[in-house]
Ligand binder design. Structure first.
Ligand code: 7TS
Length: 426
């Protein structure tokens, strides 16, 4: 058996055998019905996990169970079904609390996704605090969702957006970052893992540096929560955001973790049902946490599905899955490096799950289209990280992004697909 990660072009691990470390991706694949699909007559090779991940059967079952047996609104009915739905909804909150290592369920706010979580913080935390001349510090590798909300906040308040630079490998320059922390910095907002480069940022260190100056930190965990064990109390972050759909859960649901101390102080983001305690035309008082931030009927099925995804991940074991994904990434990187004219964008020492690349003289969209004909799904474009494209002076990249159900054989299919692209354009 050739272990994955071995720099060879020979056939790697047979799919029926577990990978080193005992992680059996082939067994895991059985849990994901969609992975049996054929696309363009070829077995689907799904390598677009950074955009959204596929869903295991347990998540699909949880959604179905909710709609078939307990479809009722939460927190407001006295009837049996509403109580069932409320119980499952709140159980999911407890599962997420454990998943993140948060101190209390009141620190777990259900939102639509990472984007909404960051916007919530920009509005409710940012607006009341940020004044003209203040600064918000981000990095040069952020997703648009962790740039634009801060830009709008700065425009509205007269504050300034500061951007910590990255090096040619796509690593944050920590010294430069530290220099940009000033007495005017009101918040640091940083991705845990970059979606365009795969860089894993040293968030613990970043948080420590910021906290030494009493600056709170929001971590955009969209690409980290599905691939690395996260503990918000150990990190000591002030806010942590992630999306359910990248974590093998449903679309339209995500989480904002916030320290209770901040959330208590913050005004509501949206107003309506469920977030109030009492309403008169003269005065409204708000509900306690976490409900103060969950206005209107929530995505009940989504929350329950996310709970099932979190359960599933804890059964798979995120640490083991992460180790497996790392080997897969190393194997893919090694093989791609051997292709002449292929340039990898994002070569940080610490990376997770993402392989962005360009082929000399071939537009990434053409790479994506030809790979699609082979049944291989990658993303081609700017990945909602246009400043990263500017930094590396490319209009776009092709990006393969991995999950624990991907296999070395799929990496081989990707490499064969890339060879084919080159052949067509030669
Ligand atoms: N932050 C990061 C680091 C992301 O990768 C994404 C989505 C978001 C925020 C926004 O998440 P959403 O669930 O609210 O949309 N990234 C990608 C991607 O790389 N390809 O499609 C979506």
């Amino acid at each position: 058996m050739t272990p994955i990660g071995t720099p060879t072009t020979a056939r790697p691990t047979r799919t029926t055998e577990p990978a080193p470390g005992g992680f059996n991706a082939e067994r895991i694949r059985e849990d994901f019905p969609v992975l049996k699909l054929k696309v363009n007559g070829k077995p689907l090779v799904y390598l677009d996990n950074a955009a959204t991940a596929q869903k295991p059967r347990v998540v699909l079952d949880a959604l179905r169970k909710f709609y078939e047996t307990e479809c009722a609104n939460v927190h407001r009915g006295l009837h049996w079904m509403s109580e069932e739905a409320t119980r499952d909804y709140e159980e999911s909150r407890e599962k997420v609390r454990q998943f993140l290592g948060a101190a209390d369920v009141k620190e777990v706010i259900f939102v639509r996704g990472t984007t909404e979580a960051i916007n919530l913080v920009a509005h409710s935390f940012g607006r009341p605090r940020v004044r003209a001349g203040d600064e918000i510090l981000i990095t040069a590798m952020e997703h648009h969702s962790n740039i634009v909300p801060w830009q709008i906040l700065c425009e509205q308040s007269g504050a300034q957006l500061r951007v910590a630079p990255i090096n040619d490998d796509g690593e944050l320059l920590l010294d430069e970052f530290e220099k940009l922390l000033s007495p005017r910095t009101r918040l640091v907002a940083v991705s845990h893992v970059s979606n365009a480069l795969g860089t894993v940022n040293p968030v613990a260190q970043i948080i420590e540096m910021a906290h030494r100056r009493k600056v709170p930190v929001l971590v955009d965990g969209a690409q980290a929560a599905p691939h690395l064990p996260v503990n918000v109390r150990e990190l000591d972050c002030d806010f942590y955001a992630f999306s359910g759909h990248k974590l093998f859960g449903p679309t339209g649901i995500g989480v904002l973790y916030g320290k209770a101390q901040w959330l208590e102080e913050m005004p509501p983001y949206q107003a309506g049902g469920d977030m109030i305690r009492s309403v008169t035309f003269e005065k409204t008082t708000y509900n306690s946490l976490p409900y103060k931030f969950e206005a209107g009927t929530p995505h009940i099925a989504g929350v329950i599905g996310l709970g099932a995804a979190v359960d599933y991940l804890s059964r798979v074991g995120l640490a083991r899955a992460a180790a497996y994904e790392r080997e897969l990434l190393e194997y893919a990187t090694e093989r791609l490096r051997r292709i002449p004219d292929a340039r990898i964008i994002g070569t940080a020492r610490e990376k997770a799950g993402v392989l962005s690349f360009v082929l000399e003289g071939i537009h990434p969209h053409d790479v994506g289209t030809i790979l699609d004909q082979e049944g291989i799904a990658v993303r081609a474009g700017h990945h909602c990280a246009m400043p990263v494209m500017d930094r590396f002076q490319v209009p776009a990249t092709a990006r393969a992004s991995f999950a624990f159900y991907n296999t070395p054989q799929e990496v081989d299919a990707l490499i064969a697909g890339i060879e084919k692209v080159k052949e067509i354009f030669s």
